[in-house]
Structures are given as structure tokens and as C-alpha cells.
Design a protein around this ligand. Sequence first.
Ligand SMILES: [Cu+2]
Length: 172
Amino acid sequence: MPIPVPIWRTASFPTSILRMPGRRVCGFFAGVALAAISGLVPVGLAEAAEPAIPRTKRPEQAQVYFISPENGATLTSPIVVRFGLREMGVAPAGVAQPQTGHHHLIVDAEVPPSGLPIPKNDHYLHFGGGQTEVSLPLAPGKHTLQLLLGDHNHVPHDPPVVSERITIEVRK
Ligand SMILES: [Cu+2]
């Protein structure tokens, strides 16, 4: 019968590699592994990549917001989310027009790092066709929603045009 390994033993594994003599490459990867465990790698990579991607300036008064739902609302799935935008226009992804962008809906996640394309997965939904609303199926329970505008390259503007984060509850 296998003996369960306590978490601290698993975490100490890279340290033992670091102590091996004459294994610098291993030491480097062990360092990366240690940094990954402590959450340093994503931040470091984001900073390193930042200067490589040009960012689009935004009008100072630009504002993205939820037309619906309201913060604190209790709703039934699928929920209808309507995106509002002031002082800027909506353009499809790939169309580089000044003072435009396309919407992204962040579901149960943080605002991604600036200076990088917005991730594309279940937590970061892109509306590259220029859509301004979505019917979104969500599991019962509490969820956070936030809007973030992206430029033609899916990169947040400088500074980012981001809404307040709202919390909703989906009924069973
Ligand atoms: Cu996008």
C-alpha cells in the first residue's frame, strides 16, 4: 500500500537538486521550479515580455461598464450580460482604428497583466466580432464579472479600459 507523501516533502525536492555539485543546469531549472512554486515565474515573464508588444493609447475619459446585470443581482442561467462603452467605439479584432477596441469578459478571474494579449479561455472571453452582449451559461453559485477592452491585437489599452468587478449569484 503506498504511503502518502506530505506536501512539505514534495516541495523540498528541488532544494535537494540545487545542492548537487556540478549540476548548474539542473540548479537553474530547480530555481525556476522553486520560483514557479512561489508564484514568481508568471510575474517575471510578464515583465520581461512587456516592452515587446506595442500598446494603444486610450482617450482619458473612456469608460467600460455593465449595462446589465447589476452588481449583487441574483439570476437564472444563462445570464444576459450587456456591455457599455463611453468615449470609444467598438471595432472587431484585427481592425486598427483609433479610439476603438473590442470587449472581453473576465469570469471568476483577475485582470490579466498589462502589455500582453489577453488570455483566451473559459475565464477570459473575447468578443472579437464586435459583440456588445452575450448569453452566458453559468453554474449555480457566486461569480465575479469584469469587462476589459482590448485593442486590435487583444492587448489592453494604455492605461487599461476596465470596468468595476461585479458579483452575481446564479440560482440553482
Ligand atoms: Cu480579444
